[in-house]
Ligand binder design. Structure first.
Ligand code: AMP
Ligand code: MN
Ligand code: MN
Length: 319
């Protein structure tokens, strides 16, 4: 991030009074952490802040400060609209339908389309919270224990507990700073990643019962019926993809999750040396080389067939 961009962000914030912050549908810890953390910083500065996630905050983050202050819709007039952790504008859902283009886009996805007036995109950041933390330090914005807790959650969840190949010494240094601000790392890890609901584990069971492995590609699917059968409340894969990715005999893993709106959510994970973001991009999604996703129109069967074919192509091309 260059100095001009940092200063431009500082100027926009200084001039704004009513600020809207948004992140992506099916929010993860980085989306929630970036949203709440930046919101709390702005509030410390005396701004009026609205936090919006179309899908709300998932239960697994209900231990975080101010999680109950996140709304599902924007309302009113804003001087500044900031989108965090989204590589393209479609990922926020319909929140901005009655509003114009966002003013600021803060993100770390290499597939970011730079959709805002000011784009603060840094691919080397492990999580978007890292970029926001850097902005806060560079502009001497206030930090406190609550902000540290949500930021550390973003770092932990996007790096799978500092295990992903993009984990840097810098991310670990920031984590240490956040601990010193009072964030309890083992507690935050356990709540966001170390605990699963019984429903989630049963849901995994259904997905695992029909797992496929062929030439170093592993995949499975979760249907709407599965979700109903075990009462799983989310519309995600309950992180089943990360379990599949741990299977030794694979290079690329895939999970297909059927959605109510006639689309299928696809998650890709790849070992170092492979790039699944390009395949995800082909299907209108995005992400990083080792982890990508997309929402694709079509039936579970059709989407599986198309995506496996394209992914197989990528696996053979780069493997
Ligand atoms: P997921 O499979 O949802 O855990 O996402 C893996 C990575 O891909 C994350 O970095 C996501 O932000 C990104 N991603 C997931 N879905 C999409 C999408 N529809 N468009 C762009 N990026 C996505
Ligand atoms: Mn995210
Ligand atoms: Mn992220």
């Amino acid at each position: 991030m260059n100095k001009e961009n940092i200063q431009a962000f500082g100027n926009l914030v200084e001039r704004a009074d009513r600020i809207l912050i948004i992140s992506h549908t099916r929010p993860d810890g980085d989306a929630v952490g970036s949203l709440i953390g930046l919101g709390l910083i702005f509030e410390e500065l005396g701004k009026k802040v609205n936090l919006v996630l179309e899908d709300g905050v998932p239960k697994v983050f209900h231990h975080l400060p101010s999680y109950d202050r996140v709304f599902r819709e924007a309302a009113g007039v804003y001087d500044l609209i900031v989108v965090v952790d989204c590589s393209d504008i479609d990922r926020i859902g319909n929140v901005l339908d009655d509003y114009g283009e966002p003013d600021v886009n803060i993100d770390h996805h290499p597939t970011n389309t730079c959709f805002a007036g000011l784009n603060l995109v840094q691919e080397t950041a492990v999580a978007t919270v890292e970029i926001i933390y850097d902005l806060a330090v560079a502009l001497s914005l206030p930090l406190n224990q609550s902000i540290a807790e949500v930021f550390l959650t973003g770092l932990l969840t996007d790096s799978l507990g500092f295990r992903t190949s993009n984990t840097t010494p810098k991310a670990l240094r920031i984590a240490a700073e956040l601990q010193e601000l009072g964030a309890d790392l083992p507690f935050l890890y356990r709540k966001a990643m170390g605990e699963k609901s019984l429903e989630a584990v049963k849901y995994w069971g259904l997905g695992l019962s029909r797992i496929n492995l062929e030439d170093r590609l592993v995949w499975t699917s979760l249907s709407l019926e599965d979700r109903k059968k075990v009462d799983y409340p989310g519309r995600d894969d309950a992180d089943l993809i990360n379990l599949l990715a741990s299977i030794k005999e694979t290079d690329i893993s895939l999970v297909f999750v059927e959605q109510k709106n006639g689309t299928v959510k696809v998650s890709w994970r790849a070992r170092p040396g492979f790039d699944v973001s390009k395949t995800a991009l082909e299907f209108g999604g995005g992400g990083h080389k080792p982890a990508a996703g997309a929402e694709i129109k079509g039936s579970l069967e059709q989407v599986q067939e198309d995506v496996i074919k394209a992914t197989r192509h990528a696996l053979n091309g780069t493997g």
